[in-house]
Design a protein around this ligand. Structure first.
Ligand code: GAP
Length: 512
């Protein structure tokens, strides 16, 4: 199965089993907006819980807040989002379609790269066993020409973006002879900057003074509350403030399912440190966050660091944790050393001091900040795609199984009476009623036991127990393990401990 096929299957599976639905689908959906169904909301809540417990509960010097989505509009002036949170856009006059200019160029480069790989494949077929790929790549004239072309376009793109030279960006699109995928024409407008923040109006008076924005990151809610939290919590530097909440961006290139959405959720933590200590803490948080990911038990080869060569004006170090999504390695989480930029800006714009008095050094200063920022939805997609598997079974059947970390699985245990008679449903119900206080249990008596197992595999339930006639005699059940499909006999009285131990969030937290 190629990665495209896998991704399509994953999206269909997420819908069929109640994980993710396109928003307002009865009206044909809303682009890049999604709803989480009954299974999805459980998994999403578990991800948030895992993050919160790891960041807040396990760190004495990190506390949480929940700030409002709406903030004073000056916040976004101070943070630079009003002037600089932009994408360069271009319209095609014939199709009236709008594109991100840099993405059109990136896609053109991707096509050239594809062409280059095809050329290499042709060489491999032509020369057979004697094929020397490195030599072919460095000497074949066609490959060399394409490589040089890619390099030239990349350099021009980087220069245009770095200098914010929109005319040069347009010229690059013209020179590359990029056509609109809808109209097929090259009838392009100028490139313009487009702000990604959604705006609306506060109250009943519709004038410019009442414009408010839907926050594009949760971080600013932390910055503007920094001193209140520090004082009320008597926090001493270094300390952190964590927050989970919705963020909104009017993404123009919104695709790849829940990877890039217009309404999404972030889990962010700002760690306030002494000026000069920030790079030490940056390294600390890089390794700490990677450990959080690895504790989930998804293959370590799924993760890699991508250090930023080009830093935002407020950062003195930045790196992404990238994940091997079905469409390649892409950013999952960002770790940024944001210096004292945000707090200093808020100090200037609000006229209120944003300084910390350090009792150890007897100095007052604006702290430096190291940020960890991860999208809940991206994390959801990472887990779902790594967990999804198709397995051939004896007898020609295939099972789809979600190998979710048990502590995150939406349903921890399925309770299944073997048949719908002889008192088995009553016995099964009694077990489910008792265990539902400990973890999420699902009762299912419909269809054959094989079909019921398949349904539970498809939603990632780590344990199924089957109540049969022997259960009535000796109070034991069959326990079936999702990953191995092994079946053991276990006393009903031991189920709480046996299953509880493995689905408890503690199992993950202890591994970090
Ligand atoms: N406060 C820093 C900040 O917002 P960012 O790199 O723009 O930095 C942080 O975003 C994380 O938020 C990303 O690593 C990603 O996981 C998530 N994210 C950003 N934009 C997103 C979008 N449109 N849809 C889903 N997740 C998004």
């Amino acid at each position: 199965m190629n990665t495209d096929e896998l991704f399509k299957k994953l999206i269909a599976h997420a819908k069929e089993y109640g994980f993710i639905f396109p928003s307002s689908e009865i009206y044909d959906g809303l682009s890049a907006v999604y709803d989480y169904g009954p299974m999805g909301v459980e998994l999403k809540n578990a991800i948030k819980d895992y993050w919160w417990q790891a960041q807040v509960r396990l760190h004495e010097n990190i506390v949480g807040i929940d700030s409002a989505i709406f903030m004073h509009p000056r916040v976004w002036e101070a943070s630079g989002h009003l002037s600089a949170f932009n994408d360069p856009l271009i319209d095609n006059r014939d199709s009236k379609k709008r594109y991100r200019a840099d993405v059109l160029v990136e896609e053109h480069i991707a096509k050239l790269e594809e062409k280059l790989e095809k050329e290499v494949e042709k060489g491999r077929r032509r020369f057979g066993a004697s094929f020397d790929e490195a030599q072919f790549r460095s000497t074949n004239p066609q490959v060399q020409r394409t490589l040089a072309r890619i390099l030239e376009i990349r350099v021009r793109l980087d220069v245009a973006l770095n200098r914010n030279d929109l005319a040069a960006l347009r010229q690059l699109i013209i020179d590359c002879e990029i056509v609109c995928p809808v109209s097929g024409s090259r009838n392009w407008t100028d490139v313009r900057q487009f702000n990604l923040m959604f705006s609306t109006r506060l109250g009943s008076v519709s004038d410019e003074a009442n414009v408010v924005y839907l926050r594009p990151e949760t971080a600013q809610g932390i910055f503007v509350n920094f001193l209140q939290v520090q004082k009320t919590g008597r926090m001493k530097i270094p300390f952190g403030i964590a927050q989970i909440g919705k963020a909104f961006r009017n993404e123009i290139v919104a695709r790849q399912f829940i990877f890039r959405m217009r309404e999404f959720e972030q889990m962010e933590m700002q760690f306030f440190v002494r000026p000069g200590d920030e790079l030490k803490w940056f390294d600390y948080w890089k390794s700490e966050r990677l450990r959080w990911h690895l504790a989930l038990g998804l293959d370590a080869s799924n993760y890699r660091f991508h250090p930023h060569d080009k830093l935002a004006h407020y950062a003195n170090a930045a790196a992404d944790i990238e994940f091997a999504f079905p469409f390649g390695f892409k950013e999952l989480e960002g770790i940024h050393s944001r210096t004292d930029f945000d707090l200093t800006q808020h100090q200037t714009f609000s006229g209120r001091k944003q300084q910390y008095f350090d009792p150890e050094t007897n100095e007052s200063y604006v702290p430096y900040v190291v940020e960890t920022s991860i999208g809940v939805d991206r994390m959801f997609l990472a887990i779902l795609s790594a967990a999804y598997g198709e397995e051939a079974l004896d007898g020609g059947e295939t099972r789809v199984v979600l190998r979710l970390p048990p502590a995150l699985a939406p349903v921890k245990l399925a309770v299944l009476p073997l048949v719908k008679k002889d008192g088995l449903p009553e016995k099964a119900r009694a077990i489910q009623q008792a265990l539902r206080f400990d973890f999420n249990c699902q009762y299912d008596e419909k269809d054959s036991i094989g079909k019921r197992y398949r349904r539970q595999d498809a939603i990632g339930t780590p344990f199924c127990i089957t109540i049969d006639h022997q259960s009535l005699d000796d109070d034991t059940v069959t326990i079936r393990y999702r990953d191995t499909m092994r079946q053991d006999r276990a006393p009903i009285a031991e189920l709480r401990d046996l299953i509880g131990r493995q689905v408890d969030m503690r199992t993950l937290l202890e591994k970090i």
